[in-house]
Ligand binder design. Sequence first.
Ligand code: FAD
Length: 456
Amino acid sequence: MSLVIGRRPDMSRLAWAGSAHRFLENISFIKYAAKPGMRRRAACDNSRMNRSSDAVSEAMNHDTDVVVLGGGAAGLMCAAVAAGRGRRVVVLEKTRRCGKKILMSGGGRCNFTNLYSEPANFLSANPHYCKSALARYTPADFLGLVEAHGVAWHEKERGQLFCDHSAKAIVRLLLDECAAVDVTVRTEIAVETISRLDDGRFAIVAGNARWQAASVVVATGGLSIPRMGGSGFGMEIAERFGLPVRPPRAGLVPFTLDAGALQGTAPLSGLSIDVEASCGRSSFDAGLLFTHRGLSGPAMLQVSSYWSPGASVTIDWLPTTDIEAWLAERAAARPQARLPGVLAERLPKRLAVQLCQTAPEDLGEPRMRQLDAAARARIAERLGCWRYEPNGTEGYKTAEVMLGGVDTRALDSATMAARDVPGLYFVGEVVDVTGHLGGHNFQWAWASGWAAGQVV
Ligand SMILES: Cc1cc2nc3c(=O)[nH]c(=O)nc-3n(C[C@H](O)[C@H](O)[C@H](O)COP(=O)(O)OP(=O)(O)OC[C@H]3O[C@@H](n4cnc5c(N)ncnc54)[C@H](O)[C@@H]3O)c2cc1C
């Protein structure tokens, strides 16, 4: 692994270059300088730029080896790996700080990987594409990095690894890795154009600044959570260079229900329960959460990635119970009891009552002795295959990921390079590879960023 594991950055090398000129503010916000002692020189350079327009234009033109667009999970990983190989790397991030989605992930504790991450945990038009990168940079590799940086972590469930304290530790880790190998990270840089120069390099323009580089890595993520930097810019770049893009849609996102269905579910808002949720042939055992708008919780987020408008979602309310046999046993033991009361033995009471009252299932409130074997079989069938027909999802506003993106047919799975555009790379969520909930998306960001970082 070429990352400088565990090396703490020399704090004296961090260059918080002042904003000497309003017009320069955006591009002078250099958080990590390239060379020891750069802090003083960078500040000096800025004041000189104030006085001389020649110096300004000279300073606005930057030659480097690699420009990484996007200072998120995949971009920072790629930058650190590439700079660790001796490449001069600049990261351009459009928001005020890097890694905003990392900071908000995992409820603020970042589910940074999953011990059991494997290709089956990813959706893509080409399920084979992710295999090479995932095999070469594994959850154990990232965990090694986490431990080398002294970040305390724990396994929550099913291989999901979280920080003990704060997701800030993961952003710090990535920025420290970048700083240790002299990556230049610039924030509040909104890249406007990327073009090909006659010499085969790329020109990247943002305002009055311009970078020339042999390699450009597009790590701008997807459309989810626009206020956290989500954008379609990476797909626009792909299209501009003639690469195909698969239609994007929101994934890992809560469902909304129409007014009729909400009558049955809204009274349960806030209630959560472990279920088996299915959409098509995909099923997930996890929690379901009723919301005032519809259905959420891990189980619903997982199936949302497989859902398309018009499809229904089915719920097994008692996934670990042989419901028919259990109802027969309860009918014998409590013949006078009514169905909702019996269901409340294994389900939250509010839910048990609601299920019995909700059309179209109409289980009703019969006494157990009134249910013959056929009636019990019908009820068991309903409880094991309860159907909802979402009228939509909450969309990119709350979606954890974007499905679709740059079509992997146009990319090399070993390097993440665009096959027909030498020097152009796509990593992370912008690519048509989307993970299940549970740390898989970050694992893809690390692995794809690492793969590109080896070759740019
Ligand atoms: C609420 C939430 C919680 C999540 N929790 C988890 C979790 O616990 N575990 C997990 O595995 N995944 C989680 N995810 C998914 C995970 O955050 C993403 O899959 C991952 O961040 C993708 O990494 P990326 O580097 O490709 O994109 P991003 O992390 O989105 O980074 C892209 C960066 O590019 C920048 N950018 C965009 N356009 C431009 C431009 N034109 N110029 C310059 N910069 C630009 C953005 O500002 C952003 O900083 C969560 C997502 C959300 C929204």
